[in-house]
Design a protein around this ligand. Sequence first.
Ligand SMILES: C[S@@+](CC[C@H](N)C(=O)[O-])C[C@H]1O[C@@H](n2cnc3c(N)ncnc32)[C@H](O)[C@@H]1O
Length: 249
Amino acid sequence: MTLFRDPAHYSENSIVQKSEANYLIDKSGIDFASKRLLDVGSGDGKVSDLMSNMGAEVTGIDISESMINFSTKKYPSCHFVQGDAQDLSKHQNSYHIVTSFNCLHWVSEIEKALYGIKAILEKDGIFLGLIYPRSVGLWDAADWCEALPEYRVSSKSFVNPYCFHTKLDIEMMLTRVGFTNIKIWEEERQAVFQTKEDFKEYVMGWLPHYHHYGQNFIKHWFNKYIELTNQITQTEIIMAYKTIFFITS
Ligand SMILES: C[S@@+](CC[C@H](N)C(=O)[O-])C[C@H]1O[C@@H](n2cnc3c(N)ncnc32)[C@H](O)[C@@H]1O
């Protein structure tokens, strides 16, 4: 399944992803100046660009050709290459810092990706990033829609590419691939969307069901989501979710 087909739409509707990445970058206190940095799953490139503006020499890698074309045009201070996070061994360079924001839950062989990341890091290099565990509400609404009679046929060929990991899963994998200094934690978060349309656009930017099931899916999904989260009469929508952050070397 091709994900993230529309970089311009993602770029305009990813305030949550951006603020989570900014939060971790700020909290890490890392000095990015003159560091060789690989950003895995760089997407539209805005977070890569932020780190470039902090002085890092940034290479972004992403599996999506359209994301690479978009980020290359928009952020010329970074270098972007198309590639698979599961195949970083092909990469010849080594890095002081590897980052991966909002990406590794899309990588089916995540441990292979983590091995590759450890291998391309310099000794004492730092790996930091974030992923989201299963969020009640968002995914429950999607599961409910999959079982609707009108989607029964489409559901037969749908495989959700999102991989759900817990903090403990990630911690164990980081340990297995050889990281020793692991700081990992989970935070409860909330994002507020001023309008229902803003929220739907945000969800359409990443929910894999949207492309498979067609445009009506988001309407069914949204109605179920606001019912499950008791927001039927609200104008603004509050999305509760959790984020797993890690900083490791
Ligand atoms: C939600 S976007 C995150 C983009 C950016 N890092 C951010 O925080 O806004 C996830 C990105 O991961 C990329 N991706 C998914 N699987 C990948 C893989 N196996 N290797 C490299 N990139 C991958 C997608 O193409 C997409 O651009």
